[in-house]
Write a protein that binds this ligand. Structure first.
Ligand SMILES: *[C@@H]1O[C@H](CO)[C@@H](O)[C@H](O)[C@H]1NC(C)=O
Ligand SMILES: [Ca+2]
Ligand SMILES: [Ca+2]
Length: 242
């Protein structure tokens, strides 16, 4: 029988794909995800302070999924004018929300003592179109005064996958023809992939099992992370008419 004897995908659900700057004094607040600026309010570290038209983004490559949930905590500092000053939450090109607060919302915790400060958590479900294997999330501010008067920050960034996929490629490094299996969309056990598999995107928490009598002594091979180049493990080309 030509081609892969079988491929079986086990999806765990949901997948906690990413988190950053979760706790009051998390060391990873100082990594360069989103921004290398870090500030503190009432003993709590966050990425900031930002003002004016600052925006911060996370670009994730080699990610395949159809439904995600993005969460974060906004840090509102000092004198925001409601309806004027705001932060937009953007996934790819879609604005998921526009956040606005007043100057006296919250309690006086840091920086200008005349104006109150606030930590507030949000999360958003969104879909990524079929065929995309990268994701950009952006927080984009608009503030018309300087950072001493009004500013913002963010922390507790999380990204969960609600419909994860596995994507197989005909070339190394996730290039060439692509073929994907998504959780709940197709059978998790398939017998034919229409090309020789050279690389696979597999998120943490997903297991891909493959077996072919001619390879690995016919033993089932289990992959639990992305495979950049399966040069030593080439499947025979799938013959469409075979
Ligand atoms: C900052 O706030 C002060 C005091 O309310 C105000 O006089 C000043 O104009 C503000 N700065 C800017 C750039 O708007
Ligand atoms: Ca304040
Ligand atoms: Ca303002």
């Amino acid at each position: 029988m030509p081609g892969v004897s079988f491929i079986k995908v086990l999806f765990l659900y949901p997948i906690f794909y990413y988190q950053n700057c979760m706790d009051a004094q998390s060391g990873d607040c100082f990594n360069n995800d989103w921004s290398n600026q870090v500030a503190e309010c009432a003993g709590i570290l966050f990425k900031g302070r930002f003002c004016c038209e600052d925006q911060i983004s996370l670009q994730i490559n080699n990610i395949v999924g159809l439904k995600f949930r993005f969460g974060f905590t906004i840090v509102k500092i000092d004198s925001w004018d409601p309806g004027v000053d705001n932060i937009k939450v953007i996934a790819e090109d879609e604005v998921l929300d526009t956040l606005s607060f007043g100057p006296y919302e919250g309690t006086s915790m840091c920086f200008n003592t005349d104006y109150q400060d606030l930590f507030a958590s949000y999360s958003y479900m969104f879909n990524l179109p079929q065929g995309k294997n990268s994701l950009k999330i952006t927080l984009k501010g608009y503030f018309n005064e300087k950072v001493e008067n009004e500013s913002w920050g963010a922390k507790r960034f999380t990204l969960e996958m609600f419909i994860p996929c596995v994507e197989f490629y005909s070339e190394c490094n996730f290039q060439g023809q692509a073929w994907r299996i998504c959780n709940g969309y197709q059978t998790s056990q398939v017998r034919d992939i229409p090309f020789e598999i050279k690389s696979i995107i597999i998120a943490n928490g997903i297991q891909v099992k493959m077996r072919n009598p001619k390879y690995n002594s016919g033993q089932t091979q289990t992959f639990t992370s992305s495979q950049q180049c399966l040069s030593s493990y080439q499947f025979p080309k799938y013959n469409q008419n075979g």
